[in-house]
Ligand binder design. Structure first.
Ligand code: GLU
Length: 328
């Protein structure tokens, strides 16, 4: 079989980090050019042709609309190139789930697109970057990788963008999926999908927006004051995500302030600050009466991305928005 052609778009993060004195401390993300990494993978003998572009060299905590818009442009160009079989985006792990979901919701599901990062810089003891990158090449060049939407490869596992989240600050297996766990196990030499592609032929759910509206996340805590809601509205929020306690709860006065925001035309999505689990409608909070949307399986970071796309698409009716959160 002919070698697959993979376009690698680099944004930075620990996978390109260096300067660690071997202990993994005091390193700078985004130091290694993607051509250097591609050369190392070629040397491993993986049967794929890699072409690479450095889009940015930042920690992913600094990623935002400017980088996303640029990245999307390069991805569209690659998708329009019949010679490209798959795409890899190297990325910091902190906001990987946000970039992955944004792309998943705005791209067709058929071309394999894999986000990959690392928990340890390249020159730290036991660095995971090159292994994760080799696994990403293995995944993106697999004939059965299409029809699964955007994927994240970390720690010898493949996750779907809609499921994945960073669940630990420092382990090399820091990523988890909910409600599904990994959709495949991967090593540089093997790839085991747990089922057939579920989204073959599926088009993009949303058009790429002109820009993304300001949506802010507020975390609930015991004794929280409703002033936080007012402060965010004054700051220009056009949508709010509650990272609520438990199944999306907050003190009564905060819920009252959020319901006022809805009445004022600012959509509100209830998610949870808990690591995983569903936030369903009308459990302890009367979403019907207050006009809220329940985030279902999405955590606050993902709920924010979907809410941004909904507002950008002019979909702000709570029940119409709920359909998108229910669908995942
Ligand atoms: N905070 C940086 C980032 O997300 C480095 C951490 C990492 O890549 O794991 O890009």
């Amino acid at each position: 079989m002919a070698a697959k052609h993979i376009t690698v778009l680099a944004t930075g993060g620990t996978i390109a980090g260096r300067g660690a004195r071997g202990l993994g401390r005091a390193y700078v993300p985004g130091q290694i050019g993607i051509a250097e990494m591609a050369a190392e993978v070629r040397a491993l003998g993986i049967d794929a042709e890699l072409s690479s572009v450095d889009i940015a060299a930042i920690g992913s905590q600094d990623i935002g609309w400017t980088e996303w818009d640029r990245l999307y442009g390069y991805i569209k160009a690659a998708l329009n190139d019949p010679g490209v079989d798959g795409i890899i985006v190297t990325h910091g792990t902190d906001s990987a789930e946000e970039t992955a979901l944004l792309l998943d919701l705005t791209l067709p599901a058929d071309t394999p697109l894999v986000l990959v990062g690392a928990m340890r810089p390249a020159d730290a003891v036991g660095s995971d970057g090159m292994r994760n990158f080799a696994n990403a090449v293995r995944t993106a060049s697999d004939p059965a990788a299409g029809g699964r939407g955007v994927m994240v490869v970390m720690g010898d596992q493949v996750f779907a963008a809609s499921d994945v989240r960073k669940a630990a600050t420092s382990h090399i297996d820091a990523f988890r999926g909910f409600p599904r766990g990994p959709i495949a196990n991967v090593t540089p030499a093997s790839l085991d999908w747990f089922g057939p592609p579920p989204r073959t032929g599926e088009g993009a759910r949303f058009d790429w927006p002109q820009t993304l509206p300001q949506v802010d996340v507020l975390m609930a805590y015991a004794g929280m004051s409703p002033c936080t809601v007012d402060a965010l509205l004054q700051c220009g929020a056009t949508g709010l995500v509650l990272a609520g306690m438990g199944a999306g709860n907050a003190p009564g006065p905060v819920l009252d302030a959020l319901a006022d925001a809805v009445r004022g035309g600012v959509p509100v999505v209830r998610a949870s600050r808990v690591d995983q689990g569903y936030v369903d409608r009308n459990l302890e909070v009367d979403d019907d009466a207050r006009g809220f949307v329940a985030a279902r399986s999405y955590g606050p970071a993902k709920a924010r991305i979907l809410l941004q796309l909904l507002i950008a698409s002019g979909i702000t009716d709570p029940l119409a928005m709920q359909v998108h959160f229910d669908r995942r």
